[in-house]
Design a protein around this ligand. Structure first.
Ligand code: NAP
Length: 298
C-alpha cells in the first residue's frame, strides 16, 4: 500500500514544537517574533492564503501584522512601506503576498526586502546563496517538500528527480535545493519534449506545473514517490459545488506509487509551516537564542 505523505499532520507536529520554542525563549528576547504580510489588491485566493498565514502565526505565538493595500497605491509607496519594515526592530520577517496586480514590478519590490527578513526566500541575495549552497533563508514551498521527504526518511541523494515547472517561486529553488542534497535533478517546463518519457524515469516526481490533473499514471514509474504542488479549485460532480485538486490525477496514480502527497493536506500546510520556521529563524538570529530550532525539523 502506498504511503500518504501527510503534510497537515507533520505541520501540526512542527507547529507544536515551534510554539514551545517561542514560549521558552520569549523571556530572553523580551518579545515574540513578528511577521509583516503585505497584500495588494483583492485577489480572492490571496485573501485566503493571508488568512491561513495569520491563523498559523497565532497558533504558534508569532505576532502577525497584515498590510492590505488598495491596488491604486503607487509602486513607490509600497517600496517605502518595505523600507520602513526593514528598519522596524520588532519585525523579524516580511513577505509580499503574490500575485500582485500587473502594474507593479514584483521582483523589484522583493529586491527591496532586507534579505535577513525575506522569509519567502525570494530576494536575489537569498536565491544567490541557494545557488552557491550557502546557508540562507530558503523558499517555503521547496523547503516544505524537502522536510516532508525527510520526515518519511525518503533519500534524496543519488535519486533521479524530475521537477515539472521552472518558476522562481517553486520549480527553480526546489531543483537547486534537491541538487544541493545530491539528487540528480531534471527540471522540465512547457517546452520540454516527451515529458511523459522524462517523468517516467523519475524515482521522485514533483509536479508544479499549475495544470489540473496533468499527470496520470502513464507519467509515473512503478514504486516512485510523487509530490503534487499544484492546487486548483474546480467544479465538482455535484454542479453547485467546487473541490480542490492538484496537478496529479491522484486516484489513477496512487496504486502505482510508493508514496504520494494528497491535495489538500500535502505540500500546502508545509509551505505555511516553513514560513513560521523562517520567521522564528530570523528572530532567533537577532536575539542570539540557542540554536536548537534545526532539531525541531525532521
Ligand atoms: P507558474 O509560475 O505558473 O509556473 C508553472 C511552471 O510549469 C512553468 O515553468 C511552466 O513552464 C510549467 N508548465 C506549465 N504547463 C506545463 C506543461 N503542460 N508541461 C510541463 N511544464 C508546464 O506556477 P508556480 O507559481 O510555480 O505554481 C505551480 C502550481 O503550484 C500552481 O498550481 C500553484 O497554485 C501551486 N502552488 C502551490 C503551493 C503550495 O503551497 N501548495 C505554493 C506555490 C504554488 P514555462 O516556464 O515554460 O511556462
Amino acid at each position: 500500500m502506498s504511503i500518504k505523505l501527510d503534510g497537515k499532520k507533520l505541520s501540526l507536529e512542527i507547529e507544536e514544537k515551534l510554539n514551545n520554542y517561542i514560549f521558552n525563549n520569549k523571556k530572553i528576547a523580551k518579545r515574540t517574533p513578528g511577521l509583516a504580510v503585505i497584500r495588494i489588491g483583492e485577489d480572492p485566493a490571496s485573501g485566503v492564503y493571508v488568512k491561513n498565514k495569520e491563523r498559523a502565526c497565532s497558533r504558534v505565538g508569532i505576532r502577525s501584522i497584515i498590510f492590505h493595500l488598495k491596488d491604486n497605491v503607487e509602486q513607490k509607496e509600497v517600496e517605502q512601506l518595505i523600507n520602513k519594515l526593514n528598519l522596524d526592530n520588532d519585525i523579524d520577517g516580511m513577505l509580499l503576498q503574490l500575485p500582485i496586480p500587473k502594474k507593479f514590478d514584483d521582483q523589484k519590490l522583493i529586491s527591496f526586502i532586507n534579505p535577513s527578513k525575506d522569509v519567502d526566500g525570494l530576494n536575489e541575495k537569498n536565491i544567490g546563496k541557494l545557488v552557491k549552497n550557502e546557508p540562507a533563508m530558503r523558499s517555503c514551498t521547496p523547503a516544505g517538500i524537502v522536510n516532508l521527504l525527510k520526515s518519511q526518511k525518503i533519500t534524496i541523494e543519488g535519486k533521479k528527480i524530475v521537477v515539472i515547472g521552472r518558476s522562481l517561486l517553486v520549480g527553480k529553488p526546489l531543483s537547486l535545493m534537491l541538487l544541493n542534497l545530491n539528487g540528480t535533478v531534471t527540471m522540465t517546463h512547457s517546452k520540454t519534449l516527451n515529458l511523459n518519457k522524462v517523468c517516467k524515469e523519475a524515482d521522485i516526481l514533483i509536479a508544479a506545473a499549475g495544470k489540473p490533473n496533468l499527470i496520470d499514471s502513464s507519467f509515473v514509474k512503478e514504486g516512485a514517490v510523487i509530490i503534487d504542488v499544484g492546487i486548483h479549485r474546480i467544479e465538482s460532480s455535484d454542479k453547485n459545488k467546487t473541490r480542490l485538486c492538484g496537478d496529479v490525477l491522484l486516484e489513477d496514480v496512487i496504486p502505482k506509487v510508493f508514496a504520494y502527497t494528497p491535495v489538500p493536506g500535502g505540500v500546502g500546510p508545509m509551505t505555511v509551516t516553513m514560513l513560521l520556521v523562517n520567521t522564528i529563524f530570523s528572530w532567533q538570529k537577532q536575539f542570539g537564542l540557542s540554536s536548537t530550532l534545526n532539531d525541531l525539523l525532521p
